[in-house]
Design a protein around this ligand. Structure first.
Ligand code: SF4
Length: 203
């Protein structure tokens, strides 16, 4: 049977592996975007005012609007957007909370299935939690001097989560520059691949 994005998403929507999240989620929010994609963005979890309502990661709330505006403004195309977990985690007062380690572990098989399907050249980790889950728990998260790592065929790249910018913890103009730098990395990588394919001298 051919596995398409739609069949993968449908199988994720049936998932009930995290008892606490099954109780508080409105819906499962699988990753969404272009397949295959040049870049995959990985956040933390669907927000209660965003993906949990719309069913699409990083949509319907301010974080989603900021992320998608930054991507468009940097001229980055062919993107796939997802999260470490596909259900909205809430605390006892109904507010967003970080997913537990066990919830991230439970959802890892879905993330790996998305990575295998999307085959991104670059995986952008939005925030320290996503970075440490993908790059390694001891890896320092420093988007100001991105330490780029390889993971399978993809390059891992750290960036701040848009929610961090929305909260005023990071300057929006610097965030714009971070996306420009990401774009330069993508262009450089694309040129290097082209140079290899055409046997051009590398710059
Ligand atoms: S967070 Fe992931 S593993 Fe847990 S119930 Fe939702 S889809 Fe399943």
């Amino acid at each position: 049977m051919v596995i398409t994005l739609a069949t993968l998403q449908a199988s994720m929507r049936e998932c009930c592996d995290c008892a606490a999240l099954v109780k508080c989620r409105s819906r499962v929010v699988p990753g969404d975007g272009v397949v295959p994609a040049q870049v995959m963005f990985v956040g933390i979890a669907p927000g209660r005012f965003g993906g949990d309502i719309t069913g699409i990661p990083f949509s319907g709330d301010r974080s989603g609007l900021l992320l998608r505006t930054m991507i468009a403004r940097a001229g980055i195309e062919d993107v796939f957007i997802t999260n470490l977990v596909r259900c909205n985690p809430r605390d006892e007062r109904g507010r967003n909370r970080d997913p537990l380690a066990a919830e991230i572990d439970n959802c890892r098989r879905h993330l790996e299935a998305e990575i295998a399907m999307v085959r991104p050249r670059m995986i952008v980790c939005l925030g320290a939690m996503a970075w440490r889950e993908l790059a390694g728990r001891d890896e320092v998260f420093d988007p100001s001097r991105p330490k780029i790592q390889q993971r399978g065929g993809a390059t891992l790249y750290p960036m701040y989560h848009p929610g961090y910018v929305i909260r005023g913890a990071y300057d929006a103009r610097r965030y714009i520059n971070d996306f420009r730098r990401l774009r330069r990395h993508l262009d450089k990588r694309q040129f290097a691949e082209l140079a290899t394919a055409c046997a051009l001298p590398a710059t």
